[in-house]
Design a binder for this molecule. Structure first.
Ligand SMILES: C[S@@+](CC[C@H](N)C(=O)[O-])C[C@H]1O[C@@H](n2cnc3c(N)ncnc32)[C@H](O)[C@@H]1O
Length: 290
């Protein structure tokens, strides 16, 4: 249970979801990842970055509900799944129970098998680039690699990709495909940078470090992270069993960050990202003009 004082950093909506709504929904979504979803929103908001959100693998909508509750209303939400049996109806029922109608109505549901996805198909779906992509569908190596390879190019430079069940012994294909995608297919354009409860978070190497610093600066998480490494990528372990001082982590991350970009270059990069997200927004608004 998050107390109101603790929850301040996440905003009252994420806290309400964690305390009151999540316990009423079936699914495999853990409080630490709920907090990291909240922090992803807070990180993008702190940089005035916007963009759409896609969840591939919805089941009954447990994680979708949080995404829909916390993303600004102008961000489109794509909910994609096989939606076998009556899962679409169950998801829509759960969303209507817990998500305000004006936030729920921007969710677009797509029934389909990821095996049938192609770049052309996704181009017809995603009218703007994505800010957040949550992949939680088929968990076998070939499924994860296929989905990631097709969907990641639709994510903004400042976007975050979230890989479900990266740490689950039942699904060894998830980490294998994720790392093969990051370091071979995408050649380091995406890197793992944050370990949640059962999810791995990926970002572009610069935004990965900016997000790590953002997390370390949050008083609630003070001295609770550990910094590890995969190849050249620094990876923050949330709620570590072997925590390190946040000040030490910050210094290590800053050293690596400044090795890739000076503070002026970082500001230029952030400005570019903001104008990209503004352009996407303007394009969307222009489309809505009758
Ligand atoms: C673990 S559940 C998703 C959980 C959900 N994100 C939550 O937080 O409760 C996995 C979902 O992936 C969907 N799925 C599995 N294989 C798929 C495929 N090949 N294409 C599309 N969806 C798939 C299943 O229908 C199921 O609803």
């Amino acid at each position: 249970m998050l107390t109101p004082q603790d929850a301040g950093f996440l905003g009252s909506t994420t806290a309400k979801y964690i305390n009151d709504i999540a316990p009423q929904l079936d699914g495999w979504f853990y409080p630490l990842d709920m907090m990291m979803f909240g922090m992803t929103e807070a990180f993008h908001r702190s940089l005035s970055l916007s963009g759409d959100i896609a969840e591939i693998g919805v089941w009954k909508g447990k994680s979708l509900a949080l995404l829909a509750m916390i993303a600004p209303v102008k961000d489109q939400l794509y909910a994609m799944d096989l939606f076998g049996d009556d899962l679409l109806e169950q998801t829509q029922h759960n969303i209507s129970r817990f998500v305000a109608p004006e936030l729920a109505s921007r969710i677009r549901y797509f029934k389909g098998n990821t095996a049938d996805y192609s770049t052309d198909y996704l181009k017809t779906l995603f009218t703007n680039k994505l800010r957040v992509l949550h992949i939680d569908a088929g968990h076998e190596y070939h499924e994860v690699l296929h989905t990631l390879t097709l969907a990641a190019p639709f994510v903004q430079d400042y976007g975050i990709i979230i890989m479900d069940d990266y740490q689950d012994r039942e699904f060894p294909g998830v980490p294998a495909a994720t790392l093969d995608y990051c370091y071979e297919t995408a050649q380091g354009r995406w890197v793992p940078f944050l370990v949640g409860a059962n999810k791995m978070y990926l970002a572009n190497p610069v935004y990965a470090k900016l997000f790590q610093l953002f997390l370390c600066n949050e008083a609630y998480f003070k001295d609770s992270f550990r910094l590890s490494r995969i190849k050249d990528s620094l990876v923050l372990i949330a709620q570590s069993k072997l925590p390190m001082k946040s000040t030490v982590i910050e210094q290590l991350v800053k050293n690596q960050l400044h090795a890739v970009a000076t503070p002026t270059e970082l500001e230029t990069l952030t400005e570019k990202a903001r104008s990209q997200s503004q352009t996407a927004l303007e394009a969307e608004q222009a489309q809505q003009v009758p």
